[in-house]
Design a protein around this ligand. Structure first.
Ligand code: PLP
Length: 399
C-alpha cells in the first residue's frame, strides 16, 4: 500500500470533498489554506498547540482496559481511548484549540461557529474566552429550546448565541447562517467548523488537529496492551473523532477501522442519521459527500437519541474510506446505544456520552465472536453527564 496522502491539492478524496462555495469565500479559503500549510510545519505553532493540549485540555488522555466487561463477554479485549477526560468533556476541544491558534496568527479577532446540540458551540466559546476573542454562535431556535443549558453555558463563557428561525430551525439552518455571516464579515472573522466537513481545507485540517488522538494510541497501545489493536471503533456524526483515531492507523493494514453511525429507530424506518449506510451522494456544507436527502435533493431531518450524531452529512474522507473499503461503517440503534450506556456505567464505572455509546455497543456486539487475544480499541469520544436528562426521560424518570 502506498503511504496515504489524501486529499489532493483541491481537497478531493476521490470524488468526494472539494470546495462548493460562493465567489466571496474563495479568497478566504485560499488564505486559510495558505496559513494552514505554513503553520502545520511551523515548530512554534506545533509547540504552542502541544502546550495547550497538555495544560489546558489535560492531554494525553489515557487508554483504559475495560477488563471486567471484556471478561464477562468472554471474547476479545475491549480498550477505551479516554477522550471523556478532556477539559469540557469530549474530543471537540482539540480541534477548537488548533483553529483558534490559527485565527490568532491570521489576525482575525472575531470567531463564529455553528452548533446543533451545543457541544461544538461550548468548545468554541471556551477557547474564545481563553484567548479573549469575540465569539458568535449560530444555533437553530428549535435546538436553543431543546438545549437551553448549553445556551446558558456559552453565555457564561461570554459568547453571543444567535437563534436561527429559518427552515427546520436546527443544525442545517445554523450551518447556512454561519456561512452567510462569514461571507459578510470575511475580513475580520474566522469560522471554526466543528467536524471533518465543510469546504477544503477544513476536512483535512480538522482531521490533522484530531489526529493527536490516534497518534497517542500508537504509542500507548504497545506500552499498555503489548501491541497495536486489531480493531479501532468510533462513532461517526460528522466524523471528527473517528478520523482522529483512524488516520494514524490507515497505513497499518492489519488494523480494521469501523465507523458506527446512528441507526436511530432502525435503518428501515428512515428515522436515523446514517448517511453512509443509507444516504446518497450530494453536496452539503461546501463539500461533496454522502448526505441524507429526499428525491428532490432536499436535506431531510435526521433522528438519533444522541444529539451529536444528528448531522445530515458525513465528512468526505469517510465517504472515500467507505468506497475504497479501507474502513467499514455499521449502524447502532437508539435502543442498542442506551443499553451500552447503562452497561458501561455499571460494569466499568464510566458514564459515556450517548454518541460514544454507539461505538461501545458495536464493540460489545463483536467482542464475544472474537478470540481472547484480539484487541478492540474504542474511541470513548466524550462523557455522558450531558446526556443524563435524555437517559432519564427514556427510562420514564423526571429529574
Ligand atoms: C460531537 C460529538 C460526536 C460526533 O462528532 P464527530 O465529528 O463525528 O466526532 C461524537 N461524540 C461526542 C462526545 C461528541 O460531542
Amino acid at each position: 500500500m502506498k503511504p496515504y496522502s489524501l486529499p489532493d491539492d483541491q481537497g478531493h478524496f476521490g470524488q468526494y470533498g472539494g470546495s462548493f462555495v460562493s465567489e466571496t469565500l474563495v479568497h478566504a479559503l485560499d488564505e486559510l489554506k495558505q496559513a494552514y500549510e505554513k503553520y502545520r510545519n511551523d515548530p512554534d505553532f506545533q509547540n504552542e498547540f502541544a502546550y495547550e493540549l497538555k495544560h489546558f485540555v489535560g492531554r494525553p488522555s489515557p487508554v483504559y482496559y475495560a477488563r471486567r466487561w471484556s471478561e464477562r463477554l468472554g471474547g476479545a479485549q475491549i480498550w477505551f481511548k479516554r477522550e471523556d477526560l478532556n477539559h469540557t468533556g469530549a474530543h471537540k476541544i482539540n480541534n477548537c484549540i488548533g483553529q483558534i491558534l490559527l485565527a490568532r496568527r491570521m489576525g482575525k479577532p472575531r470567531i463564529i461557529a455553528e452548533t446543533g446540540a451545543g457541544q461544538h458551540g461550548v468548545a468554541t466559546a471556551t477557547v474564545a474566552a481563553r484567548y479573549g476573542l469575540e465569539c458568535v454562535v449560530y444555533m437553530g431556535s428549535e435546538d436553543t429550546r431543546r438545549q437551553a443549558s448549553n445556551v446558558y453555558r456559552m453565555k457564561l463563557l461570554g459568547a453571543t448565541v444567535v437563534p436561527v428561525d429559518s427552515g427546520s430551525r436546527t443544525l442545517k439552518d445554523a450551518l447556512n447562517e454561519a456561512m452567510r455571516d462569514w461571507v459578510t464579515n470575511v475580513e475580520d472573522t474566522f469560522y471554526i467548523i466543528g467536524t471533518v466537513a465543510g469546504p477544503h481545507p477544513y476536512p483535512a485540517m480538522v482531521r490533522d488537529f484530531q489526529a493527536v488522538i490516534g497518534n497517542e494510541c500508537l504509542e500507548q497501545m504497545p506500552a499498555n496492551a503489548g501491541r497495536q489493536p486489531d480493531y479501532v471503533v468510533a462513532a461517526v456524526g460528522g466524523g471528527s473523532n473517528a478520523m482522529g483515531i483512524f488516520h494514524p492507523y490507515i497505513n497499518h493494514e492489519n488494523v480494521r477501522l469501523i465507523g458506527v453511525e446512528a441507526a436511530g429507530e432502525g435503518l428501515e424506518t428512515g428515522r436515523h442519521a446514517a448517511s453512509l449506510n443509507a444516504g446518497a451522494v450530494g453536496v452539503l456544507h461546501g463539500n461533496r459527500t454522502y448526505i441524507m436527502q429526499d428525491e428532490n435533493g432536499q436535506i431531510i431531518e435526521t433522528h438519533s437519541v444522541s444529539a451529536g450524531l444528528d448531522y445530515p452529512g458525513v465528512g468526505p474522507e469517510h465517504a472515500w474510506l467507505k468506497d475504497s473499503g479501507r474502513a467499514e461503517y455499521v449502524g447502532i440503534t437508539d435502543e442498542e446505544a442506551l443499553q451500552a450506556f447503562h452497561d458501561c456505567c455499571r460494569t466499568e464505572g464510566i458514564m459515556p456520552a450517548l454518541e460514544s455509546s454507539h461505538a461501545i455497543a458495536h464493540a460489545v456486539r463483536i467482542a464475544p465472536t472474537l478470540p481472547k487475544d484480539k484487541i478492540i480499541l474504542v474511541n470513548l469520544s466524550g462523557r455522558g453527564d450531558k446526556d443524563m436528562h435524555t437517559v432519564a426521560e427514556r427510562s420514564g424518570i423526571t429529574l
